[in-house]
Structure formats: structure tokens, C-alpha cells
Design a protein around this ligand. Structure first.
Ligand code: C5P
Length: 312
């Protein structure tokens, strides 16, 4: 996408984590994925990638989050992203990646997806592969359903697997407080739990061929930049199965809502709980209250922009 930095020995990129302010899950498709309708918001918790010229592929990870579940072998999504780009462009060399993680790991906030997006952008610039935006979005989609959104950022509607994006009009900044969990939840396992639940209760939520859509009041709340309106329509179909698998999250949501959050919702497949607050003061107060209850919390604002090159 850019040749400006083609001669550099290191490229530094940054990509955001996300909150799903609305997530509706439709049918299970033949490819094992579900048809979804998502309203994504990119938030100010970001992943930093530094990519260095190298003969082979390697990765190291650092950062203020629990890194114990992050692989540093070929199964690391950064390595997968770099290898995919090399394969598709015929690039013969490798890369050494340093990933600085700030998004909770397996927390439902798209940290791995941000790593993949930041890596694609970094390697493209480092290697001078010069692929188009459309090609990069295509590679992103192959790497994971949320990876295209980590490239584009902002506020967007995702359909299909969540990878077909259209921008959504959004005003202002939303203030979030995120309650982190020591455990992680596996995205496929949470989707599976939802399917089991629907099967057990014979829930026919959609006519077989009807695709889910994002409710109009969500789009209106985002357009108005009004946290009170948005709080009324935060929704996540994956919340019930996530609570089934991690029952303690129900008390977390209740505690946040008792301490000034406008609403709380499990983010993506969880277990991170995202609390929307009215303003910065309420966010700070909520952060203090949840910390006093021995919970790990971080604040974030959104929307922020997608993956970009850092030129410091
Ligand atoms: O695309 P990604 O690698 O993030 O998806 C991880 C897993 O989550 C998939 O293998 C699938 O089990 C589940 N998934 C799904 N429907 C989606 C997105 C993810 O069932 N739209």
C-alpha cells in the first residue's frame, strides 16, 4: 500500500481493539461460520507491532496483559499474517515481529485480529509489496472475521461472517470501562454453546434464509453520539452462552450497573464486560468502584481510527 518506507529496516504500526456494541447471530452456515450482523466500534486499547527485516519468521510478545495464552510459534496470528502476505506477493524473505499487547488476550475484544491487521500493514511497508487496499482487506478476511475491521477502525457495520464492512455514521466519543477476566473464552466454543442452546430450546430465531441486521435504533444512537440512547440498545447474542460458560460474569454486569454504568454488555465472545458510561467523570468513578471490588479494569474511548503506521 505504500512504498515510502520500503527501504526501512523497521516499521512500527498500531491497530485498535474493538467493542461489539451490537451483535446478532443468524444461521450456522455450511463453512462452520455463522451469519452475523455486528456494529463494531474501535477503541483506544491498541496493539503495537514492530516489524524488522529478517531471513525467517519469528515473533516476541510483551505488554501489560496476561501473555500466557499467546503463542510465539507459527500459530501466532502475526506470523500467519506475515506468511500469508509473503506467499501471496512472492516475497522471499522473512520478518521479526515484536508485538506489544494492550488488548486483553482471548477477551472478546479482537486483540489477535489487531495483531494480524497491524502485521499486514507493517510487512507491506517493510517489504515494499505495495498491495492495494482491497487486496489487504481480502487477506485480512482470510485471517479472521474481525481482521478487516481492525484495518478500517472507526465505527462500522459487519455482515456475512462479520468481515463484510460498511461504514456507519458516528458522532462524538463514547466512554467505556472494561472489566477484565483472568480466564479467556474460546470464540468457537461460545458459538457452539449458542447453537446447543438454540437446538435444546428449538429456537427458530430467524426464518432459515433471513440474514440478521443491526437494529435501526443502534444506528440512530451512534449517529447522535448519545451514550444514553446507545445504552438502551447494546445487545449481544453471544452474551447468554458466555454467561452459561462463565456464570460469574452476571455479577460483574450487575456490579457495574449498580455503580453508575448506563449499561454493561459482554464484548464479542467474552469474557471481557464493556460498560458504557455517560461521560468521563462517570467512567472514572466506575473504574474506582470496580477496582475497589478487586476487579481488573481499564478505560477506553471510541471510536478511534484503524491500523496505521507510526512515524515516531
Ligand atoms: O474468523 P475467526 O477466526 O475469528 O473465527 C473463529 C471461530 O469463531 C470460527 O472458527 C467459528 O467457529 C466462530 N465464528 C462463527 N461465525 C462467525 C465468526 C466466527 O461461527 N461469524
Amino acid at each position: 500500500m505504500t512504498t515510502v518506507l520500503a527501504a526501512s529496516t523497521m516499521v512500527h504500526t498500531r491497530a485498535p481493539g474493538k467493542i461489539n456494541v451490537f451483535l446478532k447471530v443468524g444461521s450456522l452456515l455450511d463453512d462452520g461460520y455463522h451469519d452475523v450482523a455486528i456494529a463494531y466500534q474501535a477503541v483506544s486499547l491498541c496493539e503495537d507491532v514492530r516489524a524488522y527485516r529478517a531471513d525467517d519468521f519469528s515473533v516476541s510478545v510483551s505488554g501489560p496483559v496476561d501473555l500466557s495464552r499467546v503463542p510465539t510459534d507459527g500459530s501466532n496470528i502475526g506470523i500467519k499474517a506475515a506468511r500469508l502476505l509473503a506467499r501471496r506477493t512472492g516475497y522471499r524473505g522473512g520478518v521479526r515481529l515484536e508485538i506489544e499487547k494492550h488488548v486483553p488476550v482471548t477477551g472478546g475484544m479482537g486483540g489477535g485480529s489487531a495483531d494480524a491487521a497491524a502485521t499486514l500493514l507493517a510487512c507491506d511497508a517493510l517489504w515494499g509489496t505495495n498491495i492495494s487496499r482491497e487486496e489487504m482487506l481480502g487477506l485480512a478476511s482470510e485471517l479472521g472475521s474481525d481482521v478487516p475491521f481492525a484495518l478500517t477502525g472507526g465505527t462500522a457495520i459487519g455482515t456475512g461472517r462479520g468481515d463484510q464492512l460498511s461504514p456507519a455514521l458516528a458522532k462524538g466519543q463514547f466512554q467505556w470501562v472494561l472489566a477484565l477476566s483472568d480466564s479467556g473464552l474460546s470464540t468457537p466454543a461460545v458459538y457452539e454453546e449458542l447453537d446447543l442452546h438454540r437446538h435444546r430450546h428449538a429456537q427458530d430465531i430467524f426464518p432459515a434464509d433471513a440474514a440478521p441486521i443491526v437494529d435501526a435504533d443502534v444506528l440512530q444512537a451512534l449517529r447522535a453520539g448519545d451514550p444514553h440512547m446507545l445504552a438502551e440498545c447494546l445487545h449481544n447474542d453471544l452474551q447468554a452462552p458466555a454467561l452459561q460458560m462463565e456464570p460469574s460474569l452476571a455479577a460483574v454486569i450487575e456490579l457495574g450497573e449498580k455503580n453508575g454504568a448506563l449499561a454493561g454488555v459482554v464484548s464479542g465472545s467474552g469474557p471481557t464486560v464493556a460498560f458504557l458510561t455517560a461521560d468521563l467523570d462517570s467512567a472514572l468513578e466506575l473504574q474506582i468502584a470496580l477496582s475497589a471490588a478487586q476487579m481488573k479494569v481499564v478505560r477506553a474511548t471510541g471510536p478511534v481510527h484503524g491500523a496505521r503506521i507510526i512515524t515516531d
